[in-house]
Structures are given as structure tokens and as C-alpha cells.
Design a protein around this ligand. Sequence first.
Ligand SMILES: Nc1ncnc2c1ncn2[C@@H]1O[C@H](COP(=O)(O)OP(=O)(O)O)[C@@H](O)[C@H]1O
Ligand SMILES: [Mg+2]
Length: 221
Amino acid sequence: MIRLSTIEKVYRTAKIETIALKDVNLHIKRGEFLSIMGPSGCGKSTMLNIMGLLDQPSQGVVEIDSEHVAKFSDRKLARLRNAMIGFVFQSYHLINDLSVVDNVEIPLLYRSMSGSSRRKLALEALDKVGLNARTRHFPSQLSGGQRQRVAIARAIVGSPQIILADEPTGNLDSVMGAEIMDILNKLNQEEQTTIVMVTHDEILASQTQRIIRLFDGSQVN
Ligand SMILES: Nc1ncnc2c1ncn2[C@@H]1O[C@H](COP(=O)(O)OP(=O)(O)O)[C@@H](O)[C@H]1O
Ligand SMILES: [Mg+2]
């Protein structure tokens, strides 16, 4: 589903050069659920952003569903990203002025689809994360765990084959974190969604099928 081959990422500014990833090789199969662990600054988010086509490697090859994406135009990349990948972030990234259901509809605005179809899919996604009673609320009226469930509903509303989650439980207590993990596990098991999750939590990581460990931009296992 995702293949990274000899990936390097170097961030250059006028004064300094940071090697964020060196010689990363990874093959993620369809339907896998794996976690990425490692200390702060080791390159976890960089790796996830490269897999998610939000950033490009300095060297190496990224393949999504056997497509070599290096030759894709920005427009084609955006379309592939919108169709294939759902993102979940530590700080939710919801739009505070929009209701829960309007937030969830956002990825569908880039597809040609009627308003009523968008609404139907958004409500179905909210149902899957157990938030059907909160669709008219605003993000500020929800707990952290509920906000993250809205973010997951937004990530899955377009039926992506891949979910990339960057420390999705990082701002949550262990009970809410476990709830988020249950939702991700269910998506993986019932819909065969391929999931890559960055986490600092060994207990949650141990529930996934494989743990990739990074240190200073290199894989250590
Ligand atoms: N846009 C950027 N410009 C310059 N350096 C960056 C940028 N993004 C990340 N880095 C650097 O790359 C390294 C890896 O960062 P990151 O992938 O965010 O680590 P992690 O998610 O594991 O905490 C860090 O040293 C970080 O400072
Ligand atoms: Mg990070």
C-alpha cells in the first residue's frame, strides 16, 4: 500500500542543515496497522508527512498503491491524497467556526457531490465514531476525546484506504486515548483500513501489528 525506498529528508535554511531522515526503507501492506515510535525530533512527523504526500523527500522513492508519486503534478497529488488518505493530528485541527458535521464534510467539498450526499456521508462517519448526538455542536463545546473523534470522522468521511495519525492520543488522558485506539482498531479490522500511527505510548503501540522505531532519522529495528 505504501512503499518508502531509501528516503532521505534534509531541511536546509540559510544557516543550518538538518538531516531529518536517512535511508528509510519501509513497505506497509494493505490492511496493516503499525506504529512509529521514537524520541522527539527523530523524524516521525517528517516520515508521516512524506507518506501522506504532504511533503517530498530530498532523495528516494515514495509509492502509494504502486503509483510512483514523484512524477505527479501538485494537482494530481492533491487528488490522490484526497481520495486515498485521511489525516489525524495531535491537536485535532478542527475549524472552530464550523459545526461538527460541517467540519466532517470538509474533505468532500473537493469532490463533485451534492450537499445532501455530503451530509449523509458526514453523519455516517460521525455515527462510526459514536458522535451522532453531537453533530450540531461546535468544537469548543466538546471534550478533547470528542474533538479527536470528530477529527477521525473527518479523516474517514471519504472512505480513504489509508489513515495517517500523528500522536492522535497525545493530548488525551489514558481513558480517552483508549477510546480513540478502539475506533482505530475497529476501522482496521472491519474496513481493512491501513493505519500508520505515531505514538509515544508503548501500551497503545503494543496493540498494533508492528512497531517502527526511529532514532535521529534512522530506523533502529
Ligand atoms: N520545516 C522544517 N524546517 C527545518 N527543520 C525541520 C522542519 N520540520 C522538521 N524539522 C527538523 O527535522 C527533525 C525531525 O522533525 P520531526 O519529523 O517533526 O520530528 P518528530 O515528529 O519525531 O518529533 C527535527 O530536528 C526538526 O527540528
Ligand atoms: Mg512530530
